[in-house]
Design a protein around this ligand. Structure first.
Ligand SMILES: [Zn+2]
Ligand SMILES: [Zn+2]
Length: 253
């Protein structure tokens, strides 16, 4: 039954201002019976309360919602009964059903086992394996990567993020052994291109902040070293990260 048919069938319940936002011929086919039964009972109730009107009827996030004017206690009870019934009725086929929740726990419909939505892709995306992923800081020194990183679970929480280490602390604490480290240490801490990998809880993903002269090949190296899962890392630029080359005013003292 489409919405104009519903309006024609129950002309005393719906007037021209009533918003019919339930689609018993499309999205909510399975609820045709409980909803029309409710409407029939409300028509019966109009014998007692003739002014009773429905101002809005809809399915929202898996729940039937009915709003109206001049609802009697009995009319409220009729609506409540229908809300309970639809909450346990597959909105596709009318068989017994349960709230169908997406991986984030939101109810998006009521479904029987046959019509429950499949969320494998979303679940896979949410359950991305970050057990090998590291957070921390890095430098690129003449193509070599220097870094200070720990596994994500040992990172330092800060608000909604998890990171590790600070460039200046790393530079100060480093006792140089390799030629690259010696070269690195022979300049101030902000001389070579640098960046950082940070985890963000809200997106369950990582952001890679990097100086703009860090090359694609360097980025690949960083992605491998930090074990950043594909599809879960966004590359960002950060004004903070300017090496001696990017920063025109840089003076090496
Ligand atoms: Zn079903
Ligand atoms: Zn630079």
């Amino acid at each position: 039954m489409n919405n104009s048919a519903l309006r024609e069938r129950f002309p005393t319940l719906f007037d021209e201002n009533s918003r019919i936002e339930i689609y018993l011929d499309i999205d909510s086919k399975g609820w045709l019976k409980p909803v029309t039964e409710m409407l029939e009972r409300l028509v019966d109730e109009q014998v007692n309360t003739p002014a009773l009107r429905i101002t809005q009827i809809k399915q929202k996030w898996g729940y039937l919602r009915v709003y109206g004017d001049d609802f009697s206690e009995r009319a409220d009870a009729i609506v409540e009964g229908a809300e309970e019934k639809t909450a346990a009725t597959c909105d596709v086929c009318g068989a017994p059903g349960e709230p169908d929740k997406n991986p984030r726990g939101m109810t998006v419909g009521v479904r029987c086992a046959n019509h429950a939505r499949k969320y494998e892709e979303e679940k896979a995306a949410l359950s991305v394996d970050l057990s090998q992923t590291k957070v921390g800081i890095f430098y690129v020194v003449n193509g070599d990567l220097l870094f200070n990183a720990v596994p994500l679970e040992q990172g330092e929480p800060y608000g909604d993020t998890v990171g590790f280490s600070a460039h200046i602390d790393y530079w100060e604490a480093l006792a140089p052994r390799t030629p690259t480290e010696k070269l690195f240490k022979s300049h101030p801490y902000d001389y070579y291109p640098r960046g950082r990998v940070v985890y963000f809880k809200d997106i369950n993903g990582l952001r890679l902040y990097a100086d703009r002269c860090i090359t694609e090949a360097d980025i690949k190296n960083i992605v491998t070293t930090f074990q950043l899962p594909s599809g879960r890392v966004a590359r960002m630029r950060d004004q903070h990260y300017q090496c001696a080359k990017c920063n025109a005013g840089y003076v090496d003292i």
